[in-house]
Every structure is written in C-alpha cells, then in structure tokens.
Write a protein that binds this ligand. Structure first.
Ligand SMILES: Nc1nc2c(ncn2[C@@H]2O[C@H](COP(=O)(O)OP(=O)(O)O)[C@@H](O)[C@H]2O)c(=O)[nH]1
Ligand SMILES: [Mg+2]
Length: 440
C-alpha cells in the first residue's frame, strides 16, 4: 500500500542516515527529497511545502533531545510532522453499553456497502452485537450485496424490498435492532451525483435515526479531490469520521489522506482491499511509522524520555566531581544497559542497523547482573571506598554473592578503569555526555 510514498520516504531517510554529518546542506537536501516524494504521491503542493518547511525549521532550530543523535532527531521530527499532516488520533467512539447507530454516507461506488460489511465484521470480532440496515433503495442488488457480505461474518441484516423510501427503511431498521444489538450500521444509497441531493438525503436520514456518528466514505483513488468532497460533507453536517477506501496500491493514496485530514474531519478507517478483512483503524502515528519503515518510533521516543528521567542527579554530581562509589558504578552500568536496549530499538531504523551487535549487548546484560549481585554483598564502607577491599574481604564478598573471586576482581578492575577514565579527556567526553543527558 502506498508503495511509492513509502519508498521515497525511506530512501530519503536512508540517504540522511548514511551521510557523515548533518549540516544545513544535508538538511536542505533531505527536505528537497521529501518534497519531491510527497508531491509525487499526489500530496497537495501547498501542504507538501508547508510540512517540509516545518521540518526544516524545527531541525535547524531545535536542540536534539537528551540521548538522541542529530540524525535520530531529524527522523523524529519528520515522523511528528507527517503524523500531524495525516490528522489527529481517534476513531469513532463506540460504547458497548449502549446502542450505537452509525450511518454510512458517500457517493455511489465509493465503497459504502463494502465498508459497512467490513465494519460489521471488525466490530463483531471485538464483541459488539452488530445489525446492518440495507437502506439503499436504488441500486439493484444492493440488498443481496450487503447480505452476502454479512453472511460471511454471521451478522444480521434488516431489509424491506417493498419499501422504496430510504428514510423509512433506516427508521424501521433502527427500531428492529434497537433492543437486540449495540451497533447498528445503516448503509445508504449514493445515487445523487450532485452534492446537493445527497446532502439532503443525508440530512433526512440523520433526522430520522439520530445517529451517534456518520461515517463518510471516500474513494482514495481520487487523490486530492478528496478535499472538496470531505469539506462539503463536513460543512453540511458534522461528519463523525471518514473512511478512505481503495488505498491498496493507489498512487494517489498519500494525497487522499492528506487532503481529507486537511478538512479537519478525522480519518477513522482505511480500506486496503476488496476482501472483508481489508479494513484498518487509522492511527496516524502508527501509519507514519510504517511508511518510514520503523516499527513504532513513538515507543522509541518514550523509551528515551523515561531513561532520561531516571538519571540520578546526585550520583552524576558525585561522578563528575571525581568521586565514585560502587553504587554509582552500578548506576552507570544500568544507564549503559538502557542505552543498549535503546540501541536495539534503533536497529529497526534504516541506516542505523548493524551498528550494534546483539550478542555483545546480551553479554553486557549478563555482566551487569553479576556485578549487581556482587555489589549487593558489599558493606556500606566497601561500596563507598572500594580501595579498601583486601583479599579476605574479597573472599567474603565472593562467597556472599555466590560469584567467583575472579568476577569480584573483574568488577574491581572495571571500577579502577572507570575512575581513571574520569580524569582523562575521554572522561571529559563522558561527563559531557552525562550533561547532555540532562544532569547539569
Ligand atoms: N480494491 C478495493 N476495492 C474496494 C475497496 N472498498 C470497496 N471496493 C470496491 O469498490 C466497488 C464499489 O463498492 P461499494 O461498496 O459497492 O460502493 P457503494 O456504491 O458506495 O456502496 C466494489 O467493487 C468494491 O469491491 C477497497 O478498500 N479496496
Ligand atoms: Mg452500496
């Protein structure tokens, strides 16, 4: 789905990740690559320029978050801005404890009936009791189409083939299902090619059944034109949400998504194929993560933020002033371990993979476990001043922790290394890193 947009974005990100430095020239080139790929994916030129200019401005102005490299920061900003471009979060708010009525709207051929069937299955699987109402009185075979879709997921359909008034069928269907279902989806006709007539019918159906939400269905292959369609509906009556269909392989998908979001109406679902299960709830952040080819960047950023918070300021102060206790050392190791797990997440980001060797990370984790148990067997005096650990103390600590004397010696030599490192230029770098991590 949206393959060309995906490829374009990912190649821009790969190029950035492969560059040696991130200076103004690199950023400008990156921004140009983005513009090209967005416009090629039919995103409105104005929107494409607005979003890329925002990315550029933020990249040049903002300082990287603690613990994040400049490249990661650029990608994170791109991710934020793309998610914003595609609209806010949240689908239709359905509540199992009451009867939810949803009316499908949209022009003929947009995918209303198909989407109604998909939604019935989607929510049926999630524990809703769903009833479908066939209120398309125009299209021959519309009732059969809905029944076929419903039968595959065991959903009941209300229809009345003698009745020609759609408003009456909608009302009848709601009354029929009201006591036995908690989600009633009303499929309507979209025969009116001109907006006025369609909006009129929408109003009449809405007045008759008082839906909790109206779901506007738009064909994603029409690209930027989605804007005028969504806007017309949204302005005429509050559209609870939009479903964009036929995004499977549609070159214009990027444009359709951006244009619809620009109207201020929420995109709730996307249709990604003709089969009954080809429906997804639309979550912009997750969607952008997929476009950029990284699992879930939001999770990564959250991880960075939590590890930042957990830094023990006092310990950092002590380390920076040249004193070092065993507890400080352990805290340092823990910090590095966290950085290790962060790196594991970074592995999923194109261009960053291959930087860390997972085996080594695992080994490091194991060593920290050993060190922790040894430190826990030390007395307060020994922890504060490890130089005092002589041979009998060393033997006692090894016994107490269930580790070998070799392990204890290894820890002591790591301590000495760390302490002398603090005095060298490398130590200064390390201290700077700690400062960047928010410990001024
Ligand atoms: N490829 C693809 N086709 C779809 C999707 N949604 C609907 N369609 C097709 O679009 C056509 C019109 O759909 P239909 O539900 O009858 O539209 P309606 O007139 O608005 O009710 C049908 O051939 C559907 O199979 C989708 O997400 N992907
Ligand atoms: Mg239909």
């Amino acid at each position: 789905m949206l393959d060309s947009l995906k490829e374009g974005l990912q190649s821009a990100v790969r190029k950035l990740a492969g560059s040696t430095t991130v200076d103004e020239k690199t950023v400008k080139e990156f921004v140009r690559d983005l513009q090209r790929t967005l416009i090629q994916s039919d995103v409105n030129v104005k929107l494409a320029l607005a979003v890329t200019e925002k990315v550029e401005k933020r990249v040049l102005e903002e300082k990287p978050l603690p613990g994040i490299t400049r490249k990661d920061q650029v990608i994170s900003i791109l991710y934020d801005e793309l998610a914003l471009l595609l609209g806010g979060e949240g689908g239709l708010h359905l509540d199992k404890s009451r009867t939810n009525v949803v009316v499908m709207l949209g022009v003929q051929g947009s995918g209303k009936t198909t989407t109604a069937g998909k939604l019935a299955r989607y929510y049926g699987k999630r524990g809703f009791k769903v009833g479908l109402v066939a209120a398309d009185t125009f299209r021959p075979g519309a009732v059969v189409q809905l029944k076929t879709l419903a039968s595959s997921s065991g959903v009941d359909v209300y229809s009345d083939e003698r009745e020609k008034n759609a408003v009456k069928i909608a009302k009848g269907g709601k009354a029929f299902f009201e006591s036995s279902k908690n989600l009633i989806i009303i499929d309507t006709a979209g025969r009116h090619k001109e907006e006025k007539g369609l909006l009129q019918e929408m109003k009449e159906v809405a007045e008759a059944v008082k839906p909790d939400a109206t779901l506007l269905v738009i064909d994603g292959t029409i690209g930027q034109q989605c804007y005028s369609q969504a806007l017309a509906f949204h302005q005429a009556a509050p559209v609870g949400g939009i479903a964009i269909t036929k995004l499977d392989g549609a070159a214009k998908g990027g444009g359709a998504l951006a244009a619809s979001a620009a109207t201020g109406a929420k995109i709730c679902y996307i249709g990604t194929g003709e089969r009954i299960d080809d429906l997804e709830e639309f979550v912009p952040t997750r969607f952008v993560g997929r476009l950029l080819g990284m699992g879930d960047l939001k999770a990564l950023m959250d991880l960075v933020r939590t590890s930042e918070v957990e830094i023990d300021e006092k310990a950092v102060q002590r380390v920076m002033s040249g004193k070092l206790t065993m507890d400080d050392l352990l805290a340092q190791f823990e910090q590095m371990r966290k950085f290790g797990s962060l790196k594991k997440v970074l592995e999923h980001i194109p261009g960053f993979s291959g930087l860390v060797n997972p085996e080594e990370l695992d080994k490091a984790e194991d060593r920290i476990k050993v060190y922790r148990s040894i430190i826990q067997s030390m007395t307060g005096v020994e922890k504060a001043d490890p130089e005092r650990i002589n041979s009998p103390r060393l033997k006692r600590i090894a016994k107490g922790s269930g580790r070998s004397e070799k392990d204890v010696r290894e820890l002591l030599s790591r301590y000495k290394q760390m302490k002398s490192l603090m005095k060298t230029s490398k130590g200064r770098e390390f201290r700077q890193m700690m400062r960047r991590a928010g410990a001024q």
